[in-house]
Design a protein around this ligand. Structure first.
Ligand SMILES: *Cc1c(COP(=O)(O)O)cnc(C)c1O
Length: 359
């Protein structure tokens, strides 16, 4: 039996996608083998790759002067790739908005290759909010500004896109495809797949074409966006199964009404959970209103000694993976596109019952 899965990543996948993959697993398209067992250069797989790219372009309305890259190494690989690809021309300084765990990782990696200047930070209040647009200024000499549009662990989401003169680089790992985005405002958008795209093992980057010629000379070949772009993301063997499954997710999203429909769903699902948290005297959200993520909802119990019981009982009730990240504790419910409204309804019913018994 499939249960409701709130895992932050690798996360829930749409059931129709898994069913299709299951149907096709042993004999894909009458080839007598699975999609995992054909050459990535076969016409059949190239068609899968091209269709996935086109569907992603359609879903996000990606302008034609952007390359869509399917990469390896996850979002963490892009923490390295961004400075390697953008520090080769002009300044080796980048601006950062520091909002917590993932921003910190990107900053730390960037400092191996150049300067990371923190132009805004929410550290003063334990990373419980996104710095407001009018509270900070970019520096004048940055090669780019990097921010994390949604902190998957802290549950903090920006409600605006920073306005800067330099190229804007965003780690969109946990919100990509959950809402329409104005791609043209960004130089680079990247995301690991295992939150809201598909299985782990693949990452997506949208790179504006004029940024492909800024790499440092000795860039590792496997991190080069230019190499990937010139090779159609097949400079070496790509993770074909993850690519295929991501493509099935894109097709599923189209049948569901695309990112506009996903945003409506995300609003309904997250409002239901935050509404409950705000009305409860036992559960609460540590994130300030106005910055609350619609994808990742951390929450705490008034009595942390009951955390273990909460996790045991929720698991037994068919609600999976509600444990918060080991670095912050507490609980977290991730409400990605593939998590249905019924899952959130079941969660709220369970939490109200738990509060009545233990609160
Ligand atoms: C999960 C996550 C990462 C790390 O992704 P990997 O694919 O494991 O490298 C980076 N940034 C954000 C915002 C994430 O949610």
């Amino acid at each position: 039996m499939r249960k409701f899965n709130f895992c932050a990543g690798p996360a829930a996948l749409p059931q129709p996608v898994l069913e299709q993959a299951q149907r096709e697993l042993l004999d894909w398209r009458g080839l007598g083998c699975s999609v995992m067992e054909v050459s990535h250069r076969s016409p059949e797989f190239v068609a899968v790759a091209e269709r996935a790219e086109q569907d992603l372009r359609d879903l996000l309305r990606v302008p034609s002067n952007y390359k869509v890259l399917f990469l390896q190494g996850g979002a963490t690989g892009q923490f390295s790739a961004v400075p390697w690809n953008l520090f080769g021309v002009g300044s080796k300084k980048a601006d950062f908005i520091h909002t917590g765990h993932w921003a910190a990782k990107a900053i730390k990696e960037t400092r191996r290759y150049g300067e990371a200047q923190i132009v805004a930070s929410s550290e003063d209040r334990n990373f419980s909010y996104a710095p407001a647009a009018d509270s900070w200024k970019p520096s004048r000499d940055a090669a780019y500004l990097h921010y994390t549009s949604n902190e998957t662990i802290g549950g903090v989401e920006f409600d605006y896109v920073p306005e800067v003169d330099c190229p804007l680089v965003v780690d969109m790992s946990s919100t990509i495809l959950s809402q329409p985005i104005a791609v043209e405002k960004f130089g680079v958008i990247y995301a690991g797949a295992q939150k809201n795209i598909g299985p782990s093992g693949i990452a997506v980057a949208l790179v504006r074409e004029d940024l492909l010629d800024r790499a440092m000379d000795n860039i590792p070949r496997s991190l080069s966006w230019k190499v990937a772009a010139d090779a159609g993301s097949m400079d070496n063997t790509p993770p074909t199964f993850a690519w295929y499954l991501s493509g099935l997710v894109f097709q599923w999203l189209k049948t569901q009404g695309g990112v506009e429909a996903m945003e409506k769903q995300a609003d309904i699902k997250s409002k239901m959970l935050y509404g409950f948290l705000d009305s409860s005297s036992f559960f609460s959200s540590p994130v300030e209103k106005g910055s609350r993520s619609r994808m990742n909802v951390p929450f705490v119990l008034a009595d942390a000694d009951l955390d273990k019981k909460f996790l045991e009982e929720s698991e037994a009730a068919g609600l999976l993976s509600l444990k918060g990240h080991r670095s912050v504790g507490g609980m977290r419910a991730s409400l990605y596109n593939a998590v249905p409204l019924e899952a959130v309804e079941a969660l709220v019913v369970f939490m109200a019952d738990f509060e009545a018994r233990w609160g």
